[in-house]
Design a protein. Structure first.
Length: 252
């Protein structure tokens, strides 16, 4: 039975920060009372940073080896799949959206990742990445629930039951979710929307995307028995307790 959840915000190709944070999570887990843990990445493991290819290859191995490691789908993963499935317009947009760095990390030729890329360029890029990778990215889950928390990349549409949620909202939603004060039934832990100086704690949601690709600050949250703690790669040596009465009250 999973007793402890570690969720990590948008990595965006920063393997260096991911490795540092995973090491910190490992030390934290070993120093706590025995109990099974699960690590959840909230999507957008690719693009912008230089190591998107390495992140995908490593995460594929980890998810295959253990169900205690989970990667959720982000909007960047969705764009990559759509682009390399043959959509030239999406391919060109994705390159400008951070995909260029990901493909260069895969060894795709520089000439194939320009603003005026052709269908032949797209086909070469897709062949280099390979169908196994694209299938894995396409089949990533959109969300995960644990006790009184829901983990998702961008958020959810307020006042809509989970079974009726639009997958596009879970990957792309911003203001309609961020500005809502409605009770979602569970506390939503999400990334996607960068919080300068975050994380962003609200009674109904927790945002943990701290813009790692440009700030060098990748953030994680630990959730255990209704209590939450945070750690990041910005120089903090240990998980910092940030217990709030709101969360405790909702889970008891």
């Amino acid at each position: 039975m999973i007793e402890r959840i570690y969720a990590i915000g948008d990595v965006h190709g920063r393997l260096d920060l991911f490795a540092k944070l995973i090491a910190r999570i490992g030390r934290d887990h070993e120093g706590r009372s025995p109990g099974a843990a699960r690590i959840i990445l909230l999507g957008d493991i690719i693009d912008r940073g230089a190591d998107g290819a390495a992140m995908v290859k490593g995460c594929m191995k980890l998810t295959t080896a253990s169900d205690h490691f989970m990667v959720l789908k982000g909007n960047h993963e969705e764009m990559m799949v759509q682009a390399l499935a043959g959509d030239l317009k999406t391919y060109r947009a994705w390159l400008e959206f951070g995909g260029r760095e990901t493909l260069l990390g895969w060894g795709v030729d520089t000439a194939a990742v320009t603003a005026d890329a052709t269908r032949a360029d797209l086909r070469r890029a897709a062949k280099t990445v390979g169908p196994e990778v694209l299938t894995w990215l396409d089949q990533l889950p959109l969300y995960h629930q644990h006790d009184g928390f829901m983990f998702v990349h961008a958020g959810i549409r307020p006042a809509i039951p989970l079974r009726q949620q639009d997958p596009g909202d879970m990957l792309w939603i911003t203001d309609d979710f961020l500005e809502s004060e409605l009770d979602h039934g569970k506390i939503v832990v999400h990334g996607h929307s960068i919080v300068d100086g975050g994380p962003d704690l609200r009674p109904n949601r927790i945002g943990i995307d701290t813009g790692a690709f440009r700030t060098n600050r990748l953030t994680a949250i630990r959730i255990e028995q209704g209590d939450v703690w945070f750690a990041d790669t910005g120089g903090v040596d240990d998980f910092l307790p940030l217990l709030t009465d709101n969360y405790s009250a909702q889970l008891r």
